[in-house]
Each structure stands twice: as C-alpha cells, then as structure tokens.
Design a binder for this molecule. Structure first.
Ligand SMILES: Cc1ncc(COP(=O)(O)O)c(C=O)c1O
Length: 334
C-alpha cells in the first residue's frame, strides 16, 4: 500500500488506522514500515506511544474528544489533531501551549455503499462538519494564534467495494480551496467471505491518485488512512469447541463470541471460517458454525480447511489471504 501509493503519487503518506488492530506489535510493525498512526481516543494514543511510535507521526482522531484526551495528545506532542467540531477548536485553543497542526474533517456528502453503521460520509453523518460550517472553521483556525491549519480530512466509511466512491470523495474535498494536505481517509473493503468481491489495492490506489491529480491542487500532499485492508489478511481467530448439544438442532459452542467479534451482531457481517470437528467421528464432513449468524451459506476457506488442524479446533478467518477455488459443501476429514 505504501509503495503503491508512493509510486503513483510521490508526495503522499499512509496512516495506519489503528482501531482496526490496536495491539502493540501492530503499532511497532507499521511504524517500523514507515507508516504514520491514526489513534482515536486515549487508549490508542497510550498504546502507540508505548509501542515507541514517534509522537509527530501520530494523527489524533475522534468526534468526541475529551479535554483529558486532548491534553494528553498535546502533552505527547502529536503531529496532527483532526478537528471534528467547534468544541475541538475551543478546547485546542485553550489547551495548546505551542503551535498545533490540525486538519478539519469535512462531511463530503457521499453515501458510501456499505452497512449503514459504517457509512460516515453522508450529509447526516455525525463525523465532521458540513461544507458551510467547515468554511467557518477554516476562517477561525486561520485566525488562531495557536492552531496551524494543514488541510482537510474525510472518511466516507468502511468496507466499501465501489472504488468510484473514493474518487468522488476526493473531488468533493477539493471544493473548499487550496491546502497543503488532503487526507482522504480509509475504507477499502476486504474479503470476509467467499462471495465478497473486494477491489484490489492497485485499483483502489489508481482511483484515488487519478482523482487527486484531477481535482487537488498541484503540490498538495495526499494522505490515506487504511485500517482493515492492512490487517484483515494477516490473522485468524482461533476458537476451541467446548460443547456440542443436540436438541433437534445441533449447537456447537466455542470459547469465544461477541466480546472478540462484535461485528456479527452489530452489522451482520459474516466471516469465512475453517473448522475440523473432533465430533462425531473423523470420517464426517467438515463442519461449519451452526446458527443464523454463522451459517454454512456464508462459505468456507478451503485453503485453511485443507491444512491439518488440531482436533476440535475452529478457526474464524476474516482473511482475504487464501484464494478460494471452490465451495466444498462436503469433504472428508483426514
Ligand atoms: C477516521 C477513520 N479513518 C480510517 C478508518 C479506517 O477504516 P477502514 O478500516 O475501513 O480502512 C476509520 C475506521 O473507522 C476511521 O474512522
């Protein structure tokens, strides 16, 4: 992603949206790879700093930043605060003791084609300011002795498969005038189940950079903030089967659930999975999760399933990494 963006648009930056995988090792890895880090809230800020991320490479986000969080961000010396609202401006002006670089998050009026809870760029979005209010915020910050306006920010949502919408967002952010920096957020969708037809990183970068060349002022820096598209293919969640119950239906209970995967119940997001049953015997068909939110209809990951796993171990695979070749409705355990 970083090299692909730099090759297409040299004055650019990739910021890891750390809410997609807030763990110390991820912060360390992405910082070592030369990415900046997007944090939302004090917890992510503490983790980024603990992982050794240089404060000047941190972007502080959030539409509900508390005074305590802003104080912590300013004390740490974060490179950029993304202003979401006028309260942010008031607080920053009171708290900043030295010049603080900021971006203003705007509402671009793009209704991203995704689950409604993940669409954040439509006119009624709670994130950012509509264009007329953004103009007012620009005037205020430019008049401020403490805040330095680097540019504009937007994020139209997550799990977006229609890359034209990213290009539309770049066009939308350009109407507010000339700035040194335009941060066009994250949102590239990933393949969670076999049916998902997620766009490639290359197509995404082509769309964004072509739009940037067409609509942004010459010499402007282009920033993107990918989250899930950087991490979804890197891991799987491992569960163990704890109970199997037959009550007319068969229920297979595992040692995990909502606490480690809220998306299923919040957004209906299905995940691919691979499993190997210890029950009822080793010559049975491979099994999928039972229940409406994890039904066989959502598919398998054959590449995972073909590998040997310990008996009774189930894997949730939110992973686009293996390329599925077929839909194995029945197969025999080794
Ligand atoms: C401001 C901001 N930037 C970037 C992202 C990353 O989004 P994604 O994981 O869809 O790339 C998010 C996700 O919520 C976000 O809120």
């Amino acid at each position: 992603m970083r090299d692909g963006l730099a090759a297409r648009y040299p004055d650019s930056e990739v910021v890891f949206a750390s809410k997609s995988f807030p763990c110390l090792a991820a912060y360390k890895l992405f910082a070592a790879e030369g990415l900046s880090i997007d944090v939302a809230g004090a917890g992510e800020l503490v983790m980024a700093l603990t992982a050794g991320v240089a404060p000047e490479r941190i972007y502080q986000h959030g539409n509900a930043k508390t005074t305590a969080e802003l104080t912590a961000a300013l004390r740490a010396g974060v490179g950029c605060v993304v202003v979401d609202n006028f309260d942010d401006i008031d607080r920053l002006e009171q708290l900043a003791t030295r010049p603080q670089h900021v971006l203003i998050r705007i509402i671009p009026g793009i209704n991203a084609q995704t689950h409604e809870s993940q669409a954040t760029g439509g006119d009624d979005s709670k994130f950012g300011l509509p264009l007329d209010q953004a103009r007012e915020a620009i005037t205020r910050i430019r008049a401020s002795g403490r805040l330095v306006l680097d540019g504009l920010h937007l994020h139209i949502g997550s799990q977006i498969f229609d890359i034209d919408q990213f290009a539309q967002a770049v066009e939308a952010i350009a109407v507010l005038g000339v700035f040194p920096v335009y941060d066009v957020g994250g949102g590239l969708g990933v393949r969670y189940v076999l049916q998902d037809d997620a766009p490639s990183v290359e197509r995404y970068l082509d769309a964004i950079t072509s739009a940037a060349r067409a609509h942004l002022p010459a010499g402007a820096k282009l920033v993107i903030e990918p989250g899930r598209s950087l991490v979804a293919g890197s891991c799987a969640t491992l569960y163990r089967v704890t109970t199997v119950k037959h009550t007319g239906r068969t229920f297979v209970a595992v040692d995990g659930g909502m606490a480690d995967n809220l998306d299923v119940s919040l957004t209906g997001q299905p995940f691919g999975r691979c499993s190997r049953p210890a029950w009822p015997n080793r010559r049975t068909r491979w099994w999928t999760w039972s229940g409406g939110s994890a039904s066989p209809a959502t598919g398998w990951w054959p590449a995972c399933a073909s590998r040997r796993r310990p008996s009774g171990t189930w894997w949730r695979c939110p992973s686009p990494a293996p390329t599925p070749t077929r839909w194995p409705t029945t197969t025999t355990a080794p």
